[in-house]
Design a protein. Structure first.
Length: 565
């Protein structure tokens, strides 16, 4: 059996880095996925990349080059196309006369060498490198957004044609950027890079002496590029053209949308808002990925008992479900997940949103437009004449909207909505302060979900943190949870963002029971309500977060960032 393995795989088995059975299965799976064995082994955490590099260097007698020492200033960007680099998992390092040195993690990758030789007409010398570092280098080499301005200086900016709408493809795509103006090419690359990195928002920000583009990734803003300040107005104009906004109006905020078709089957919308600032228009773009609305409830991070409470209330014929939290806490995804569960042929669902973020097939979605009098209250009144079963209101902002929503919930409809409050108890007191009678709240609301989003620890590099039991108890852990908890801390590696990768929801899910209804009827305050929630076993946001930290999903630092005692 061992003879069926290639030289590198055979050597890894003999070195004890992997079992023979695992090596054979990995070879089969890698072939099935049409990728090299080394990338497959590293991606699936079967063998450490540094171990593979050391074994390969010894097996093939090749010197091992450390890519950390490579200067990307000399990277021969124009010699090998990005699609070849990605397809063959190899990047050019330097050209010496008619010889081109390329970095590979597998010396047996002869197809890459032949293909690059054919396309460049140069003699190819393969240099062995660590697979993890190679992957990072490939991402950097193929992500040339920040280099879009390299060939332009301040003096040549006035000659750039940046508002030609013909530059955008008829199908809504971004084009290949070959003949586009630098600003067009740069913005297109920024949008694609943001999608690739999983960003939720892009910020284009003008300042007095600088300009920067930032991405919000896993809830935290980080700088993506710093183009010349003189291009700020041109970039604002380009983005406004793409969003069908008035490019001549720079004094008031504007809202628009961009639809980006990134493949034949996938399109992503951007919600665009412009804001006049001291030094130009700041533009913020929210990425609206339709796939986020179809993740399924299991992917959101609910504890099992919390998930059951949500699913039970979704199946009730009438009443109200409220999802609360600050902007960017995942309320929309929670609501859309519930709507997708309910979305079937025999049910009429209508939503009023400001604005509609993601189009859901089979659901009647209405964009609120205050300029023409179509506010949430007006949309709700109209829904009640449209024979609805389920109504979703984007946000309850005032007494009129709250009153109509409650009447709808009392007359045989399921109503779902959001509020910008910090906890379940504060949601009830906020609605009482709006002027909603307490008996209406007590008899109408079925469930309140308060939520936050915390960054997930990277599974590849997180490490156990040595935190004494008494410190954990001071943080809010129960003695039982503190005794069995394994707390992890972020480290940071090539495949994550400073120790974190992705986000997970933290929830406070409260079902309105008779004892809670009694406190609401008596107009009890948030303290009274929280005591009753705890008595009935509904975990607060803080306690839910500590459970996530105890199970190693996120760090204690992250829980402290997104929740309070």
């Amino acid at each position: 059996m061992t003879m069926s393995l290639g030289g590198l795989a055979r050597r890894l088995v003999s070195e004890g880095a992997i079992s023979e059975e695992e090596a054979i299965n990995a070879s089969k799976e890698a072939a099935k996925e049409k990728k090299g064995l080394v990338p497959y082994l590293v991606e699936n955490d079967l063998v450490n990349s540094a171990k593979i590099a050391t074994v390969a260097a010894d097996e093939f007698g090749s010197p091992l080059f450390d890519l950390d020492a490579y200067d990307f200033e000399v990277y021969p960007r124009e010699l090998v196309a990005n699609n070849l680099i990605v397809a063959h998992h190899a990047i050019p390092l330097v050209k010496r006369g008619t010889r081109l040195f390329i970095a590979v993690s597998d010396p047996t990758n002869l197809v890459a060498i032949d293909e690059i030789k054919f396309h460049t007409g140069l003699s190819i010398e393969a240099v062995l490198v660590d697979e993890a570092k190679l992957q990072t280098a490939i991402e950097r080499a193929t992500d040339d957004a920040s280099d879009a301005f390299d060939n332009f200086d301040e003096e040549g900016l006035d000659d750039l044609d940046v508002v030609d709408t013909k530059k955008q493809d008829d199908d809504g795509g971004v084009g290949d950027g070959t003949d586009d103006a630098p600003v067009v090419r740069f913005i297109n690359q920024m949008l694609l890079t943001a999608i690739k990195k999983g960003a939720s928002d892009l910020h284009f920000e003008p300042y007095e002496k600088s300009y920067r583009v930032r991405f919000r990734i896993d809830g935290v803003l980080q700088t993506a590029a710093k183009p010349p300040i003189g291009l700020g107005p041109k970039m604002a104009a380009r983005l406004k053209v793409m969003s069908n906004l008035d490019i001549s109006e720079r004094r008031v905020p504007q809202d628009g949308r961009i639809k980006l078709k990134i493949s034949k089957t996938k399109a992503i919308d951007f919600r665009v808002n412009t804001l006049p600032t001291l030094f130009g228009e700041k533009i913020v773009m929210r990425i609206l990925d339709p796939s986020s609305a179809k993740m399924g409830i299991d992917a959101l991070g609910y504890e099992e008992i919390q998930k059951e409470l949500y699913l039970d209330c979704l199946e009730k014929p009438q009443g109200m479900i409220l999802v609360t939290g600050p902007t960017g806490s995942g309320k929309t995804v929670s609501l859309y997940t519930g709507l997708n569960i309910l979305n079937r042929e025999g049910i009429n669902i209508s939503t009023a949103e400001d604005p509609v973020e993601i189009n859901l097939e089979g659901i009647n979605q209405v964009n609120v437009n205050n300029k023409v009098g179509l506010d949430f209250a007006a949309a709700l009144r109209s829904f009640l004449r449209q024979d609805p079963d389920i109504i979703m209101v984007g946000e309850i902002r005032d007494l009129e909207t709250a009153s109509i929503a409650i009447k709808a919930a009392q007359t045989g409809h399921m109503v779902m909505s959001t509020l910008h409050t910090n906890s379940a108890a504060e949601t009830l007191t906020r609605m009482m302060n709006m002027g909603v009678p307490s008996f209406n709240l007590a008899t109408t609301i079925n469930l309140i979900i308060a939520q936050r989003l915390a960054r997930r620890l990277c599974s590849k590099c997180k490490k156990p943190a040595d935190i004494p039991k008494d410190v954990l108890e001071k943080e809010g852990f129960s003695p039982e949870l503190a005794a069995k908890a394994t707390i992890f801390s972020p480290v940071g590696c090539d495949s994550c963002n400073k120790g974190y990768k992705g986000r997970v929801g933290i929830y406070e899910v409260v079902r309105i029971t008779p004892p809670i209804s009694k406190i609401i009827m008596e107009e009890g305050n948030a303290i009274d309500l929280n005591k009753e929630f705890e008595k009935q076993g509904f975990n607060s946001l803080r306690k839910s977060g500590l459970v996530k930290a105890a199970s190693g999903v996120t760090s204690l630092e992250e829980i402290n960032r997104v929740t309070t005692e």
